[in-house]
Design a protein around this ligand. Structure first.
Ligand SMILES: [Zn+2]
Length: 215
């Protein structure tokens, strides 16, 4: 199974990727992780990537594509892969397609996990973490039994991350939507888009993804 996974921050994409990895015995290829590993290993691509990042530039598409290509040589991609965080533009999507077709492992589906904007905001702004024991809550969806008190340890400091404020989150989501819309059209035109309702229970969402992939 060779797929690209698309989903906004707060869409549950990470959790669903994990479930897909386990169910299909395929790795998740995150371009962020690939970049960090290549820079650390000082490979040729890593050195080029580091030079770009040190200069405050974006890492060129051909470098990232080269890293994905190298990663696809590893044995664990025999059954396929889940690409996460790439592509972010239609130019990158086209370059990715070219590379995969050349390797004779064309992309099969782009899975979009759809969650309504207002719900994403609640999922992200509602997060709280107990500063004593690390237990996580969401004030909208999974609040502690007593307001402001940790169920697990009784701690009363349920902290809100500074970058979880509504304005920052709303900006992140807007950037995500602007980036993703052209990709959605791109994969739709190819007949490869599987758009899945991301609201509700994690297992229900996973069931919908599985049906969409089997279709
Ligand atoms: Zn606690």
């Amino acid at each position: 199974m060779r797929i690209v996974l698309l989903g906004a921050p707060g869409s549950g994409k990470g959790t669903q990727a994990k479930k897909l990895m386990d169910a299909h015995n395929i790795p998740q290829i995150s371009t962020g992780d690939l970049l960090r590993a290549a820079v650390k290993a000082q490979s040729e691509l890593g050195q080029r990537a580091k030079a770009a990042m040190d200069a405050g530039e974006l890492v060129a598409d051909d470098i990232v594509i080269g890293m994905i290509r190298e990663r696809l040589n590893e044995a664990d991609t025999q059954n396929g892969f889940i690409l996460d965080g790439f592509p972010r533009s239609t130019a990158q999507a086209a370059a990715l397609d070219d590379m995969l077709v050349e390797l004779d492992i064309p992309l099969q589906k782009a899975v979009l996990i759809n969650v309504e904007f207002g719900n994403l905001i609640k999922r992200l702004t509602g997060r709280r973490t107990c500063s004593a024991c690390g237990q996580m809550y969401n004030v909208y969806f999974s609040p502690p039994q007593a307001d402001g008190v940790c169920d697990r340890c009784g701690g009363t400091d349920l902290a809100h991350r500074a970058d979880d404020n509504e304005e920052t989150i709303s900006n992140r989501l807007t950037v995500y939507q602007e980036q993703t819309e052209p990709l959605v059209s791109y994969y739709q035109q190819q007949g490869k888009l599987a758009s899945v309702e991301g609201e509700g229970d994690l297992d229900a969402v996973f069931g919908r993804i599985s049906s969409a992939l089997a279709a």
